[in-house]
Design a protein around this ligand. Sequence first.
Ligand code: ADP
Length: 264
Amino acid sequence: RAGRELEVAVVAPDLRHMMIVTHDVTERRRVDDMRRDFVANVSHELRTPLTVISGFLNMEVDAGKLPPEMLEHHRQLMLEQATRMRSLLDDLLLLSSLENKDESDDADAEVIAMPKLIEDVVREGKALSLGRHHITLEAEDISLIGDADEIRSAAMNLVSNAVRYTPEGGSIAVAWKRAGMGAALSVKDTGIGIEAKHIPRLTERFYRVDKGRSRDTGGTGLGLAIVKHVLRRNGGELLIESTPGKGSTFTMMFPESRIFSEDF
Ligand code: ADP
């Protein structure tokens, strides 16, 4: 069959009989390829900052005494690279712990006061934006049933992406509202937007539209993969709408079964 990969073995139990055994190994190959790509990506992402750090350290050892301003500048750059490695490792650990938890083993189910959680996330978003964006928040008094740490980290990823992919002077609107019988947390920005062809792949690990921009703004390429896993474990879904040059809206949708109602 087209596009499928078969492993063929010829088995001859005796001289007069012969069997041809085939196995469809398409899926196994796909998983192997993904694993190989992942290891290559992680290695590359860690190697770059390490190369920068060891480069500066070597320069200092070789050059002997350098002017203090230069040393200070090197230290600053090394610190940036160390921070980048740290964020990558933090995201990798979070992603692997989300993946390791059996998918059938639901996330912690606590009642989350969402307005408070979103307020905290928006406060952190403002700290990242440093006044460069107009950030607004609108939250209805709806509680969600789920794992608060996981939901907070997914929401934070969406807000930090909005900050990182929106040029100075742009707006970011965060809203938590009823949507149908359930509720939705949306993060809408007036940023650079995303071409339609990239949208289906954004939640893949290390998939980025523009690697340079992602790295320069402190991205690890794992944020939306984390969001996808969190939503899968907490009964939600991610909706992405975007227009290049105009902006994007990322929405986490939760069904009615995940909304806490006092009437029960
Ligand atoms: P990264 O650390 O690279 O931001 P993510 O997994 O969070 O990784 O996002 C994957 C890619 O999706 C980003 O590299 C970027 O190209 C695109 N993206 C995510 N959020 C936005 C946004 N709000 N506006 C434009 N592009 C975005």
